[in-house]
Design a protein around this ligand. Structure first.
Ligand code: TYM
Length: 332
C-alpha cells in the first residue's frame, strides 16, 4: 500500500471549498487503497502573525473537519504536527542542504513575504517549504494529494530527497504530487481570476465548509458571472462561469461537456441555483458533523493522541536513520 501524506494549516475559522475539492476529497478517496497519514500543520500556521487562542481552537476544528469529511481513523493516521517533534528536527537537517537561492524562488514565499514586508517576513516563513518537505519525507511518502498551488513545494521536496540520497546514501522515497483535474484550483466567486483563499480581502467569494447553508447558497447566487449568457467552459474568456462548472463537475461527478449541454440556452440564473444546491447538499452534512465533533473535545484529543503515537513511531525511525547518515553520534 502506497504511503500517502498530506496536511492543511489550521489558520482560519473554517476550511474552504478549495481545500475540500482540491485536496480533502482525494484524501478520503485514497483511504481504501493506501496507507494515509493526515496532519494538521500547526507549525506551518505560526509562520505568519497568528492569534494563540484562535490557533488553539482551529487546530481541533481542522481535525474535526477532516473527520467530518470522511477521514477515518481506522484506516488513516490523523495527528497534529507539533505533537511529533521529528518534523522540526528533520526540517533542520533538510534546511542545511537547501540553497538560499532555491528557497527564495518559491512563489508562495514571494507572495506572502510581499504582504508581510521585510521586517514582518520571518525566517519561519522562508523555511516553510523545507518543513513541508520534512513532513512528507519522514514517512517514506509516495503520494501527496494537494491542490495545484503546492506543485512547486512538491518539486522542492523531490529535489531535496534526491540531493540527500545522492550525498548520504539512499534514504528517502521521492514522492509524487496527486493533483485533481478539474478542482486543482478553485477560484474566488467574486474575483474568479484569483484563487479561493482564506486570506481573501472579502468573504463574499470565499465558500467556507462551516458557513451556514443559507450563506453558502447566497454566495453562489451572487457569484460573478461573465458577459454573455452562455454556460460554456472557457477559463480565459469566462473565468466566473468556468469556475462554477469546475465546482459543479467536482461535486456531482459529471463531466464539463455534459454540464455544458445540460445548460445550453438556459442562462445563468438556473445554473447558479443548481451549483448552490449541489454544493450545499454536499457540504451541509460536513458542517453538521463538524459541529457535533466539536462538542466533544476530549474524544477528539483522544483520537489525535492515538494518531500522534502512531506517527511518532514511524517518524522517529526515519529520523534516526537520517541522523546516522549525516554523521551524528548517537546519544549513549
Ligand atoms: P493550505 O492549508 O494552504 O491548503 C490546504 C490544501 O488545500 C489546497 N488548496 C486549494 N486547492 C484548490 N483550490 C484552491 N483555491 C485551494 N486553496 C488551497 C492546497 O493545495 C492544499 O492541498 N503547504 C500546505 C500544507 C502542508 C502540506 C504538508 C501539504 C504542510 N505540510 C505536507 C502536503 C504535504 C498548504 O499550503 O496548506
Amino acid at each position: 500500500r502506497p504511503v500517502v501524506f498530506s496536511g492543511m494549516q489550521p489558520s482560519s475559522d473554517s476550511l474552504h471549498l478549495g481545500n475540500y475539492l482540491g485536496a480533502l476529497v482525494n484524501w478520503v478517496a485514497l483511504q481504501d487503497e493506501a496507507d494515509p497519514i493526515y496532519c494538521v500543520v500547526d507549525l506551518h500556521a505560526i509562520t505568519v502573525p497568528q492569534d494563540p487562542k484562535a490557533l488553539h481552537e482551529s487546530t481541533r476544528r481542522t481535525a474535526a473537519q477532516y473527520l467530518a469529511a470522511g477521514v477515518d481513523v481506522e484506516r488513516a493516521t490523523l495527528f497534529v504536527q507539533s505533537h511529533v517533534p521529528a518534523h522540526t528536527e528533520l526540517a533542520w537537517v533538510l534546511g542545511s542542504i537547501t540553497g538560499f537561492g532555491e528557497a527564495s524562488r518559491m512563489t508562495q514565499f514571494k507572495d506572502k513575504s510581499a504582504k508581510q514586508g521585510t521586517e514582518g517576513t520571518t525566517v519561519g516563513l522562508f523555511a516553510y517549504p523545507v518543513l513541508m518537505a520534512a513532513d512528507i519525507l519522514l514517512y517514506g511518502t509516495q503520494l501527496v494529494p494537494v491542490g495545484d498551488d503546492q506543485r512547486q513545494h512538491l518539486e522542492l521536496t523531490r529535489d531535496l530527497a534526491h540531493r540527500f540520497n545522492t550525498r548520504f546514501g539512499d534514504t528517502f522515497i521521492v514522492p509524487e504530487a496527486l493533483i485533481p483535474k478539474e478542482s486543482a484550483r478553485i477560484h474566488d466567486l467574486q474575483e474568479p481570476t484569483a484563487k479561493m483563499s482564506k486570506s481573501a480581502a472579502s468573504e463574499a467569494g470565499l465558500v467556507k465548509l462551516l458557513d451556514d447553508p443559507a450563506v453558502t447558497a447566497k454566495k453562489f447566487r451572487s457569484a460573478v458571472t461573465d458577459t454573455g449568457r452562455e454556460v460554456r467552459y472557457d477559463p480565459a474568456g469566462k473565468p466566473g462561469v468556468s469556475n462554477l462548472l469546475d465546482i459543479l463537475a467536482a461535486v456531482t461527478g459529471r463531466t464539463i461537456p455534459e454540464l455544458e449541454t445540460e445548460y445550453q440556452g438556459r442562462g445563468y440564473g438556473d445554473f447558479k441555483t443548481d451549483v448552490a444546491d449541489a454544493v450545499v447538499e454536499r457540504v451541509a452534512p460536513i458542517r453538521a458533523r463538524t459541529l457535533e465533533l466539536m462538542d466533544d473535545p476530549a474524544e477528539l484529543d483522544r483520537l489525535l493522541a492515538i494518531g500522534a503515537a502512531r506517527a511518532s513511531e514511524r517518524a522517529e525511525r526515519m529520523l534516526r536513520t537520517v541522523y546516522d547518515r549525516v554523521g551524528f553520534v548517537r546519544r549513549g
